[in-house]
Design a protein around this ligand. Sequence first.
Ligand SMILES: Cc1cc2nc3c(=O)[nH]c(=O)nc-3n(C[C@H](O)[C@H](O)[C@H](O)COP(=O)(O)OP(=O)(O)OC[C@H]3O[C@@H](n4cnc5c(N)ncnc54)[C@H](O)[C@@H]3O)c2cc1C
Length: 472
Amino acid sequence: MPETPTLLWYRRDLRLSDHPAWHAALERGGPVIPVFLKDEGVRMLRTAPAWRLGLGVGHLAETLAEKGSRLILRAGPAEHAISQLVEETGAGAVYWMRAYDPVSVERDTAVKAALKERGVEAESFAGHLMFEPWTVETKQGEFYKVYTPFWRAVKDRDVETPLSTPSDLAPPSEWPESDSLADWALGAGMDRGAEVVRPWVQLGEGAAQSRLGAFMSSKVEGYDDGRDIPSQDGTSNLSENLSLGEITPRQCWHAGVRAEEEGKAGAGTFLQELVWREFAYHLMWHTPRLLYDNWREEWAAFPWNEDERRSEVIAWKRGRTGMAFVDAAMREMYVTGRMHNRGRMIVASYLCKHLMCHWKIGMEWFEDCLIDWDPASNSMGWQWSAGSGPDATPYFRVFNPETQLDRFDKKRAYVNRWIAEGQKSPPDEALAYFDAIPRSWAISPDDAYPDPIVEAGEGRKRALAAYENRDF
Ligand SMILES: Cc1cc2nc3c(=O)[nH]c(=O)nc-3n(C[C@H](O)[C@H](O)[C@H](O)COP(=O)(O)OP(=O)(O)OC[C@H]3O[C@@H](n4cnc5c(N)ncnc54)[C@H](O)[C@@H]3O)c2cc1C
């Protein structure tokens, strides 16, 4: 008797290669029906991540169609949509790749229980991470709160070899109905920004593999220093693709290990950076409050400004603080959908320390604007910067956005690339910012560049006083 179909439920794993759920579905036998849901998780996404997801899903649908398969789209709460599809297709199994954030975990647990109750096989697979959060623990059986011991605990582990791309996708003879992706309008909120950011997007697993290849052949050697210079394209840029599972961390890891064996400087550091991502997930899974509350709970008593309407918050969001490094980085984000890691650290430190604003304001703004938005890395990065996270930067480390310029943008190549005001012939990238931002901001390249809203020295003094006088 032929096997019943398997529903292959796609989420943040938009690829065919190194996809354990696909392999399991094909091994089970019977046809495979790939599905993507506009469910509670998708509805929660903010502007740029939702837009980028829409592009990724569209690209995946095309790839599947080229291979004789199809991506079935359905909207609604996951439990209901999956159960409806099981009903319509007679599927005997539903397979998916695991997610680790609390909303997904709750959703998946409910879906699994409902499927099992009606006698449908439900199985999830690992792949978004190399080291599942519960598999790494200290000698005392606890989770790690500091990166370096976490790194030591995992660095010599065997990371499974990536799986190949399946060639026959076992399509069914009859397909269920599908929504139209265009009708979902996942990118609606992007408005004018979509056209500006689109050329910077590298979509799909083919592009991700090319990025990885290019990084390993020409950039990894110089990564140790290059990764700190925001005017250079010295990093892999893979966060965009890792975020949606267009490439897997183990594919990156194995490429890094090969580069290290070939004696390429920088490969070891790249592997350590990949493990920062794992560490972020480890923390999020063990302490989900990382996403929405001070990881160190005593920081609730810190006198953060939480009012987003204040003029300094508006200036920060618009890249008009008068601090060139901060403003350049914010504008890079509006134009490219991404921001260099040094920029992220500087704008976060500036918002939380110089401007004394709550890290949640910045975290949520990034969540609105980043196409590589990742719940775990974003919240860990913000809490690290603010001082409220585990393994956070010490309170007295206040990035000085002016001296940082002298260290990391000596020739001002980065700020000139992104800030048009004051330049006779600004480059296209700097001008693109004015096309990306809402018209209501009413900013023009002919405006004068603002004076600092807070002087670097004054802001630092104020921040240190508040941090030193806290009574916890
Ligand atoms: C305030 C703040 C917010 C951040 N928000 C995000 C976010 O939403 N999404 C995101 O992917 N990263 C975030 N990061 C981490 C880091 O800035 C980016 O991962 C990195 O800039 C991506 O560029 P890349 O792919 O070229 O990195 P590479 O330098 O090439 O590194 C390779 C990969 O390692 C991982 N990685 C590198 N640095 C870190 C780090 N500090 N933390 C976690 N993983 C890391 C990423 O997956 C990255 O793609 C944030 C950092 C800070 C300080």
